[in-house]
Write a protein that binds this ligand. Structure first.
Ligand code: UDP
Ligand code: MG
Length: 319
């Protein structure tokens, strides 16, 4: 196919130090790719440091670079979505600005794309520079999500991936507010292929995802792609009711045999507290889903654009 296009979409939040290190690596890789028109789209996700200035300098030196600046920090998922929305034609490669997703692997992704795959995702073989805690919680998370969700969500897979034009188009149709991208990529389907790679530590700076953000991210993943927790609440209720029934029988039989010696404050207390706890958990679960329903029903845009800087090269794949 002549004139195939590939756009690298890179979301960045406070990556002023990383971008100047990343861009030459990208350039070197793209220049070596034959018969492919390549562009780069940087999305500034409400950075508070010099990221935007750095991006403008990169765009001034490189005609294939497009820039998108969001009106504030909308989070990585929204920033990636914004980037995908601005790509009009061709395939898209997503990677992190911090160099954890090695651009040197792009030719391998492209080769698989040319073999006909639509969704080629990097699977981390090893993760450098991440704590034991982070690695084990991540592993547990993938296991839980895979159990609960009907959508295939491959383990140890981030956003480092290449999407064929039709996969990009399909993804553009999913406009939900709570965006669990790993799940959305899986939902789209088409021909998928894993590409194992070694995930390096960040070049500079520190991760933007602390413990609390990751916990919320995990909740997002589970609630966006599964209603299993609601079902679990039903079963928990059934189990409690059955237990309560047996316990009630036992109390009646005991009273009939031995009489009723008004006692049992401890039993009463534990039953009341237990039931109260179970009810609150179930209510909280419903609340999680209801809150998401509420957010969704407001139908707000996923992001707002502050500035759009088209690549200066003629006939770009971008808007
Ligand atoms: N990022 C973003 N918006 C945010 C947080 C992060 O665009 O609100 C970008 C960040 O600049 C980086 C990528 O998302 O390019 C991954 O972030 P990070 O390296 O902090 O996450 P980790 O690799 O630790 O999962
Ligand atoms: Mg990172």
């Amino acid at each position: 196919m002549p004139n195939e296009r590939l756009t690298l979409v890179i979301a960045a939040h406070n990556e002023a130090q990383a971008l100047p290190l990343l861009h030459p690596r990208l350039r070197a890789v793209l220049d070596a790719l034959p018969d492919l028109e390549c562009g780069v789209l940087y999305v500034d996700d409400g950075s508070t440091d010099d990221t935007w200035q750095v991006m403008q300098e990169l765009a001034a030196d490189d005609a294939s670079v497009g820039l998108l600046r969001l009106s504030r920090n909308f989070g990585k998922e929204a920033a990636v979505t914004a980037g995908l929305d601005f790509v009009d034609a061709g395939a898209v490669m997503l990677l992190d600005a911090d160099g954890q997703d090695p651009p040197e692997l792009i030719p391998e992704f492209v080769a698989l794309w040319r073999q006909g795959y639509d969704n080629i995702y990097g699977t981390r073989l090893e993760r450098d520079g991440e704590s034991w805690f982070r690695r084990t919680t991540a592993a547990a998370f993938y296991r839980v999500v895979r159990r609960l969700s009907k959508t295939p969500i491959p383990a140890d897979t981030g956003d480092f991936r290449l999407l064929s034009p039709r996969a990009v188009q399909a993804l553009g149709q999913l406009r939900e507010r709570h965006r669990f991208m790993k799940g959305l990529f899986g939902w789209v389907g088409f021909r998928r292929k894993a590409l194992p790679y070694h995930r390096h530590a960040r070049m500079v700076g520190s991760s933007k995802f602390g413990f609390w953000k990751l916990w919320n991210f995990a909740l997002e993943g589970i609630t966006s792609f599964s209603t299993a927790p609601l079902r679990a609440a039903t079963y928990l209720g059934l189990a409690t009711a059955s237990f309560a029934f047996l316990f009630g029988m036992w109390v009646i039989v005991k009273a009939a045999l031995y009489g009723d010696r008004v006692a049992g404050y401890p039993t009463m207390m534990s039953v009341i507290l237990f039931l109260g706890g179970v009810q609150l958990i179930a209510l909280g679960l419903i609340g999680e889903y209801l809150g998401r329903l509420y957010e969704e029903s407001k139908q707000r845009p996923l992001y707002l654009v502050d500035t759009w800087h088209a690549p200066s090269v003629a006939d770009s794949a971008l808007h």
